[in-house]
Design a protein around this ligand. Structure first.
Ligand code: FAD
Length: 442
């Protein structure tokens, strides 16, 4: 990888001079096959995939991932990565770096509802929900909880080891213009950069989406998510679980141990007002509230490491491409994090686009041709849309006390647990081992 800007050293020295070229002799010409705006988790994965297909790629970002400190407590932003995402990261040479830093594999996953309906129900067995186990699908684990910063850093390390990637981070982009054959990005303090295809991997508020005049639908959920990183006592957990309550789900995600201490990420969905109140509490008061509201299976919380709040907004781009621009990841879709699917869907976009833009591992003459971008859109947009719809159904079905719905979800959760074949299928779809059948998405 060619580094055009190196922010990290200047940053360490506290110098805020940005955008100064550091390897002037390495400056390539300003023509690339593909430019990627946004080198977050999705953009940097895509850069790796496209460079492996022998494209000449340039990536732009406002920032680089922070360095890893093994003694640091876990960061507040974490994601549950599916087995399919882990495999993609391994194929792209990034997983080894995550393994060398830290991750927390989870082997079991449970969902249940807090209050069973007071109705004459058939006896469905011991517990009120569904427990998935990696043994059900004969894998050593169901996935991993990884700090977003570490996935990001691992992918940047993988990019560094690949020829064909030029990194312009930090870059300050000013404008994007198209001709019939090219897309050109204008930067502050740098000559314009031209490419055959520009990819918007620049997150939920995508500037590429705006420049390409791609409209999007947007809907804010009533609930918000509060994420709390906690330290806990007892045994290290290998289970992630979610309890549905009438005010919103309460989730537990185990994190890797640091210096012999156990950590977890709690996600507390609730109204904006209640989250306002929780955010303002002192440490011991917040621990008290967690004890009051979380179920008994929560291990003893001994400290609060960090907390943050996230409004939940669903966005979907009306089209995934326009002219010579195409969108991936959160730039194309943001989804309710209820089932931890956001970045996993982004990685699926990456795998689909890389497969479409390479023929037997070789680059196409013109990756920006509409025929390829249309194929990508028709493959990914319906799947992402249906996943968003499924999350909406889940959100609304579990956010009210309507008796028939209570009965249905109680039966659904319990029956799922009692039907081994159905359970195995659901688990294979959830971990990305298998794609759901097409008819499910019509
Ligand atoms: C509370 C919460 C919990 C979640 N949990 C999970 C989970 O368990 N599993 C899961 O799969 N997903 C989860 N998600 C979703 C996941 O975090 C996102 O889907 C993911 O971060 C999107 O990655 P991205 O690379 O597409 O976008 P981003 O992470 O937003 O990255 C965009 C990049 O573009 C750069 N950028 C932006 N604008 C510009 C510009 N103009 N010029 C240059 N660079 C630019 C940014 O600096 C950034 O590096 C969760 C989300 C939330 C809110």
């Amino acid at each position: 990888m060619v580094l055009l800007y190196d922010w990290s050293d200047k940053h360490k020295e506290g110098v805020t001079l940005m955008n100064s070229p550091v390897h002037a002799s390495d400056l390539p010409d300003n023509q690339f096959d593909i430019g990627i705006v946004g080198a977050g988790m999705v953009g940097s994965a895509l850069a790796c995939g496209l460079a492996r297909a022998n494209y000449r790629v340039v990536v732009f970002d406002r920032q680089r991932p922070p360095p890893f400190d093994p003694q640091s407590q876990p960061g507040i932003r974490v994601s549950a990565l599916s087995l399919a995402s882990q495999k993609m990261l391994a194929d792209y040479g990034a997983w080894q770096y995550i393994e060398a830093m830290r991750r927390c594999p989870y082997r079991r996953l449970a969902v249940w509802e807090k209050s069973a309906p007071r109705l004459p129900l058939p006896k469905l067995g011991g517990h009120r929900g569904t427990l998935f186990n990696c043994k059900d699908i004969h894998t050593p684990e169901l996935g991993s909880i990884v700090e977003n910063n570490l996935t990001h850093l691992a992918l940047h390390k993988a990019m560094e080891s690949l020829p064909g990637i030029t990194s312009m981070c930090p870059a300050n982009l000013e404008d994007l213009n198209f001709s019939p054959d090219t897309a050109t990005l204008t930067l502050t303090q740098h000559p314009p950069v031209t490419m055959k295809l520009v990819i918007g991997a620049d997150g939920a508020l995508s500037q590429v989406r705006k420049w390409a005049n791609i409209d999007f639908s947007s809907d804010q959920y009533e609930q918000q998510a509060m994420v709390i990183t906690v330290e806990y006592a007892g045994k290290q957990q290998d289970i992630t679980w979610q309890e549905f309550t009438p005010t919103g789900p309460l989730a537990f995600l185990p994190l890797p141990d640091v210096a012999g201490k156990h950590y977890a990420s709690l996600v507390w969905y609730n109204t904006a007002d209640n989250i306002d109140r929780l955010m303002k509490l002192g440490e011991s008061q917040l621990i008290g509230q967690i004890w009051q509201h979380y179920p008994d299976c929560l291990p003893a919380v001994t400290g609060i490491v960090d907390r943050g709040r996230f409004p939940l907004i669903k966005r979907h781009a009306q089209t995934y491409f326009s002219k010579r621009a195409v969108l991936v990841g959160d730039a194309a879709h943001t989804i309710n994090p209820l089932a931890g699917q956001g970045v996993n869907l982004g990685f699926q976009d990456v795998m689909a686009l890389v497969a479409i833009l390479s023929r037997d591992g070789k680059p196409l003459a013109d990756p920006g041709e509409a025929v390829h971008l249309r194929r990508y859109e028709s493959e990914r947009r319906p799947l992402n849309g249906q996943m968003m719809l499924a999350m909406d159904l889940f959100y609304h079905a579990f956010s009210n006390n309507h008796t028939p719905l209570k009965l249905l979800r109680y039966l659904g959760l319990n029956l799922a647990d009692k039907l081994p074949f159905a359970k195995q299928q659901v688990l294979q779809y959830a971990t990305g081992i298998k794609s759901p059948p097409r008819w499910l998405f019509r």
